[in-house]
Design a protein. Structure first.
Lengths: 251, 265
């Protein structure tokens, strides 16, 4: 399934220095293939979230070159660690937001929003307010908002880190299914070895002080992947190898 | 369900019972110590004064209400406009904010005589004083609210190419609503105080006078019962203003804001 569609975004020699003087990233090269599910795996403080924000254009790099991201303006979606919903707006209105900002009328996109809500399992919750939803449901709204624009590149910043394991597994499987149907390119930031192995076609391992890439590991496990994979020996084997790479990076 | 109903009854009955107890105690003290009516009139005398001078007191109440309401409305409109300006331009905020603060910290009794000299129309002068005290809480709270938008939501809006106007209308203004309403609630009470203080300073009985002048006048004439009657109307007005603004605020926030939600069951 990992489609070899050529390079979508390419980062060269990215360096990011914060105003405080902290060097968050130094000499980061990253090649994102079209159609890939790329995970960026690393401990907290390794600059992986900063890297994602640079790809999104939310913060500029201090030095280095980004190729491809300019042409994606309007086709990038971002899911944050927290659901980041507007508490005063219903589920429907929250999902409508990106389309509203692009000046689409409510009636014009009603079908599209209904379809997206159905895809992420939020049918019947259109009129609920964020505070009435569980953490997992809020995250589904956040994902629906990211998907409703039909993005080319989907950026996920540890979206499931705050959820319980059962909900996280379910959302992992749902996002994987949607990726296989819709063929976006995904960059997924995580600190979980198991999550990155389960989802990705490729894992990039990062280490801190300053943030840099230490390994790029292709994931040879075949798609489609389902719950059965979680207990498969080859999955355990791959996770063991990946953990070792992460430990080496930390040493 | 019956619990909620009992709670509502309690909310109305408890303050009424408290008031009745207070009035009974007041009456008891006046009779037991044989206090002269020109020092402390009994509640009955106050009620009689309220009945006898009801007409003129109502006219005055209406005047005070008009001043308070128009000051609050103009303070809200101008306060919100200035707060939006502040949120859009840091330069404007830095240069004007100290003067807004100066307007707030200078006691209204100190400025009122000047305003009354400058402005011929007594009604307008009193309104300006009420406006000055009501203005600041709205600016301060609304500015704070407009600047409190979630950083990640701002990033999201930018990612989707939102204009400055869209960020203001769809993100900053809804975010600011709870603190704006807090400002309005504070200003409602302050506008009433401003109206009363200005009238005290003006101390002139024109064709139209407010409750403050009635209090002053009754003091001069030693009609202490009438003074109490006017005072009673004044605090009643304050309570009504506060609770109606509180009600509006709860209604506007009822679906989403923590402050307006019922207690957890």
């Amino acid at each position: 399934m990992p489609a070899a569609g050529g390079s979508l975004v390419s980062l060269r020699g990215i360096r990011k220095v914060f105003r405080s003087g902290t060097v968050a990233l130094d000499g980061v090269n990253l090649e994102v293939e079209r159609g890939a599910f790329l995970s960026i795996l690393g401990p907290s403080g390794c600059g992986k979230s900063t890297l994602l924000r640079i790809v999104a254009g939310l913060t500029p790099p201090s030095a280095g070159e980004i190729r491809g991201a300019d042409g994606l303006k309007g086709s990038i979606s971002f899911v944050f660690q927290e659901p980041t919903l507007m508490p005063w707006a219903s589920v429907w209105e929250n999902v409508y937001l990106p389309l509203r900002l692009a000046n689409h009328g409510r009636g014009e996109v009603a079908d599209r929003i209904a379809a997206t809500l159905r895809e992420v399992g939020l049918e019947g919750f259109e009129h609920a307010y964020p505070r009435e939803l569980s953490g997992g449901m809020k995250m589904r709204v956040s994902i629906a908002r990211a998907l409703v624009t039909d993005p080319v590149l989907l950026l996920l910043d540890e979206p499931f880190a705050a959820l319980d394991e059962i909900t996280r597994f379910k959302l992992n499987e749902d996002i994987l299914r949607l990726w296989q149907q819709r063929h976006w390119t995904v960059i997924f930031v995580t600190h979980s070895v198991f999550e990155s192995a389960f989802l990705s076609s490729e894992v990039v391992v990062m280490a801190p002080r300053p943030g840099h890439v230490v390994a790029e590991v292709p994931v040879a496990l075949p798609y489609p992947r389902g719950p059965a994979l979680r207990t498969a020996p080859e999955y355990a084997e791959f996770c063991r190898g990946l953990s070792r790479r992460l430990q080496e990076a930390m040493a | 369900m019956s619990d909620a109903w009992a709670g509502r009854v309690l909310r109305i009955l408890a303050p009424i019972l408290m008031g009745a107890l207070f009035i009974a105690a007041w009456d008891g003290v006046v009779h037991y110590f044989e206090i002269k009516p020109y020092v402390l009139p009994s509640p009955l005398l106050v009620a009689e004064a309220l009945r006898d001078s009801g007409g003129s007191l109502m006219v005055s109440l209406w005047y005070t209400l008009k001043v308070t309401a128009s000051a609050l409305v103009s303070a809200t409109i101008i306060g919100v406009a200035v707060a939006i300006l502040f949120s859009q331009s840091r330069a404007v905020e830095i240069s004007l904010y100290p003067y807004a603060v100066a307007l707030q910290v200078t006691p209204i009794v100190a400025i009122a005589p000047l305003i009354i000299i400058w402005v011929d129309n007594a009604y307008l002068a009193v309104r300006i004083c009420a406006w000055i005290v009501a203005f600041f809480p709205i600016i301060a709270n609304t500015t704070l609210g407009l600047k409190s938008a979630d950083r990640n939501l701002i990033a999201l809006f930018r990612l989707y190419g939102a204009s400055r106007w869209q960020i203001l209308a769809y993100l900053q203004i809804p975010t600011a609503l709870p603190s704006f309403l807090t400002g309005v609630r504070i200003s409602g009470g302050l506008a009433l105080i401003g109206a009363v203080v200005a009238e005290f300073v003006a101390a002139s009985g024109g064709t139209e006078t407010g409750l403050a002048y009635r209090i002053l006048e009754s003091g001069y004439r030693l009609e202490i019962a009438k003074m109490f009657a006017a005072l009673f109307l004044l605090s009643l007005t304050g309570i009504v203003i506060y609770f109606s603004l509180d009600g509006v605020s709860r209604w506007l926030l009822s679906r989403w804001h923590e402050s307006a939600l019922p207690p957890e069951e």
